[in-house]
Design a protein around this ligand. Sequence first.
Ligand SMILES: [Zn+2]
Length: 104
Amino acid sequence: MEEERKIKCDCGQILIEKKADFDNFKTKAMVCPKCNFITLTRDQAREYIKLKRLHDIIDKESKIIKIGNSMGITLPEELKEFDIKIGKKVKLKALDTKTILIEI
Ligand SMILES: [Zn+2]
């Protein structure tokens, strides 16, 4: 764990940790409540790099295929980097009529 340190913005405010939009996805960052300046701590930058890689791997269109009498979608092989392997149990959850969440 990184030590809690207060980071002061050039405008004088103390940055607060919150989720911020970065390259079309949300990640934890240090944000100035006054001028909206955004920066990342070392831990947040590491998390951001991992998250960016995951988005690069998974954010694309897929097609439902037939597997026996069931329907399936394939997942990219690169997901192994995130410990997502054949045989791993996942939880499916309907968020709304157009969105299904796969919890790993
Ligand atoms: Zn500021």
